[in-house]
Design a protein around this ligand. Structure first.
Ligand code: UDX
Ligand code: UDX
Length: 440
C-alpha cells in the first residue's frame, strides 16, 4: 500500500517509520526543505536514536522517501496522514492554520486524481474541528464528497517522545474515529497487523479521547505536585507517600512523579485548548483550570526552596541543569526551564545553563544567558544547582563535580538523585516534595 504522511515532525516520522516497517511504501511530505534533505539522508530532524536507526534502514531500502511535492505524493497514495503541528495561540486556542493549509493542498491534489483514498487526521484538534472545519475544506477543494469518493478518519497518537518507535509499534490502544463505515474499515484494516485494543468511534469521539487522555495525565502530575508541595511543608518525603498511593490499582504508579511541572508539545497545549473550548461552550472546567494553575506555579517551587536556603538570592550564581522539557529528548517546547530561568533572572541571579543535547535549541529561546559546555563547567563557582530535566547522566554527578561549587547545594527539581548519596558526596540536598522530618 502507498501511504503519504504530511508533516515530517515527531508524529509524522514515527507514523511513517511504523508503516514502513509494516511493509508499506511511505512518502513523507514537508514544507521544510532542510528537513526533507535530512530525511533523504536517513537523518532525523530531532533526537530519537531508535527511530533514526529504523528510518535509515527504510530510506536505504527505498520503503520511505521524502518529498516536497504534495500533489504527486497524494495522488499516488491510498492513505494520507495529516501530521502537521497544531500549536497554541496566545488565547490558549489551537492554531489550525497549518492544518487548514495542508487540507487545502491535499484537496487540490485529489481534484485531479482518480480513486478512493482515506484522509486521516493525526494532528491533535479539538472536538468538532474535523467534521465542521476540515471536511468542508477537503470537499470544496477536491469537488468530491466524503463518504463516497474520499474517506475521512481521526486517528490520535499517544506516543511519548523518547520512545516514539516503541509506542507506535506497540500502542496502548488504537483509536479509529471515522466519518463512515467504509473509512473506518479501511483504517482498521491498515492497522490490523498491530495487536492492540482498537476503539472504533465517530470523528468527534476520537478527537475527544486524545484531550481526555492528556488532561488525565496532566491531572495526575499536578496532583502529585500539589501533594509533594504539601509533603515538603509537613516535613514528609513525598516519594514514599506517592509510591504507596500508586500501589492502589485504581490510581496506578505512573505519572505520579513530582517535579517542576509538565512541559512538552502536548500536555500544556492540550489542557489549554480544552479549557478554551470549554469556555466557548460556557462550561467552567474547574479541574482543567486548577491543573494549569498548579503547573504554571510549579517552577517557583524551586525558587521557594532556594529562598529557604539562602534568604536573598540576589547576586548568586545558579547552575540550571537540563533545558529540554524532560530528560532524553532535545525538544524544548513548553519546557519548564523557561519560567524557571525567567524567575531566577528576575531575582537578579546569575544563571549558568547546561543540557547534554538540547542546548542549541534552547539558545534560540533564551539567547542572552550564560551557557556551560559541561556539567563541571556549569557547577564551577556556583552557589547552587537546580536540576530541571531528568537526564540520566546527572545521576553520575558526584564529589568531583560538587567540589567545584562555591557552595555545594543541590535543588533536585525532578527527584532524580538519591539524597543520601548526594549528602555523602559533600553536597546539601533539597528536592521538590522532599520534606525532612522537623518532628522533634
Ligand atoms: C504533533 C501533532 O500533529 C500535533 O497536533 C500534536 O499536538 C503534537 O504532535 P509534532 O509532530 O510534534 O506535532 O510537530 P512537529 O514536530 O512540529 O512537526 C510538524 C511538521 O509539519 C514540521 O516538519 C513542519 O515543517 C511540517 N509542516 C507544517 C508542513 O509540512 N506543512 C505545513 O503546512 C505546516
Ligand atoms: C505526552 C503524553 O505522555 C503522550 O501520550 C502524548 O501523545 C504526547 O504528550 P510527551 O510530551 O513525550 O508525551 O511527554 P511525557 O513523557 O508525557 O512528559 C510530559 C511532561 O510531564 C514532562 O515535562 C515530564 O517531565 C512531566 N512529567 C511526567 C512529570 O513531571 N511527572 C511524571 O510523573 C511524568
Amino acid at each position: 500500500m502507498r501511504i503519504c504522511v504530511i508533516g515530517a515532525g515527531y508524529v509524522g516520522l514515527a507514523t511513517g517509520v511504523m508503516f514502513g516497517k509494516l511493509g508499506h511504501e511511505v512518502v513523507c511530505v514537508d514544507i521544510d526543505g532542510r528537513r526533507l534533505r535530512d530525511i533523504s539522508a536517513g537523518r532525523l530532524p530531532f533526537y530519537e536514536p531508535p527511530l533514526e536507526k529504523e528510518l535509515r534502514k527504510l530510506v536505504k531500502n527505498g520503503m520511505l522517501s521524502a518529498s516536497g511535492d504534495i500533489k504527486k505524493s497524494v495522488a499516488r497514495s491510498k492513505f494520507v496522514f495529516l501530521c502537521v503541528q497544531t500549536p497554541s495561540l496566545s488565547s490558549g486556542k489551537i492554531d489550525i492554520r497549518a492544518l487548514k493549509t495542508a487540507c487545502r493542498d491535499v484537496a487540490r491534489a485529489m481534484a485531479g486524481a482518480d480513486g478512493y483514498r482515506v484522509i486521516v487526521v493525526k494532528s491533535t484538534v479539538v472536538p468538532s474541528t474535523t467534521d465542521t472545519v476540515l471536511k468542508p475544506i477537503l470537499e470544496d477543494g477536491s469537488g468530491k464528497s466524503i463518504g463516497r469518493e474520499i474517506g475521512l478518519c481521526v486517528n490520535p497518537e499517544f506516543l511519548q517522545e523518547g520512545s516514539a518507535l516503541k509506542d507506535s509499534m506497540e500502542p496502548s490502544r488504537i483509536v479509529v474515529g471515522a466519518h463512515d463505515k467504509r473509512s473506518s474499515d479501511a483504517l482498521a484494516r491498515l492497522y490490523s497487523p498491530i495487536k492492540s485494543s482498537t476503539f472504533r468511534t465517530d470523528l468527534r469521539t476520537a478527537e475527544m479521547i486524545k484531550y481526555a487522555a492528556n488532561s488525565f495525565l496532566a491531572a495526575k502530575i499536578s496532583y502529585a505536585n500539589e501533594m509533594a508541595n504539601l509533603c515538603l511543608r509537613l516535613g514528609i518525603d513525598s516519594e514514599q507517600v506517592l509510591a504507596a498511593v500508586g500501589e492502589d490499582p485504581r490510581i496506578g504508579k505512573l505519572f505520579l512523579k513530582p517535579g517542576l511541572g509538565f512541559g512538552g508539545s502536548c500536555l500544556p497545549k492540550d489542557v489549554r485548548a480544552l479549557k478554551q473550548k470549554a469556555r466557548e461552550l460556557d462550561y467552567p472546567a474547574h479541574l482543567l483550570t486548577a491543573i494549569q494553575r498548579i503547573n504554571d506555579e510549579q517552577p517557583d517551587e524551586a525558587i521557594s526552596i532556594l529562598k529557604s536556603v539562602f534568604k536573598d538570592l540576589k547576586g548568586l550564581r545558579i547552575a540550571v541543569l537540563g533545558l529540554s522539557f524532560k530528560g532524553g529528548v532535545d525538544d524544548v517546547r513548553d519546557t519548564r526551564a523557561v519560567p524557571l530561568i525567567t524567575s531566577l533572572l528576575a531575582k537578579n541571579v546569575e544563571v549558568v545553563a547546561y543540557d547534554p543535547i538540547a542546548m542549541s535549541r534552547f539558545i534560540e529561546l533564551m539567547p542572552t544567558i550564560r551557557y556551560a559546555s559541561t556539567v563541571e563547567d556549569a557547577l564551577t563557582q556556583a552557589d547552587a544547582c537546580v536540576i530541571q530535566a531528568d537526564w540520566p547522566e546527572f545521576r553520575e554527578i558526584g564529589r568531583a563535580q560538587f567540589s567545584k561549587m562555591r557552595n555545594p547545594v543541590v535543588i533536585d527539581g525532578r527527584r532524580l538523585l538519591d539524597p543520601g548519596e548526594v549528602e555523602a558526596s559533600g553536597a546539601k540536598y533539597f528536592g521538590v516534595g522532599y520534606g525532612r522530618a522537623r518532628r522533634e
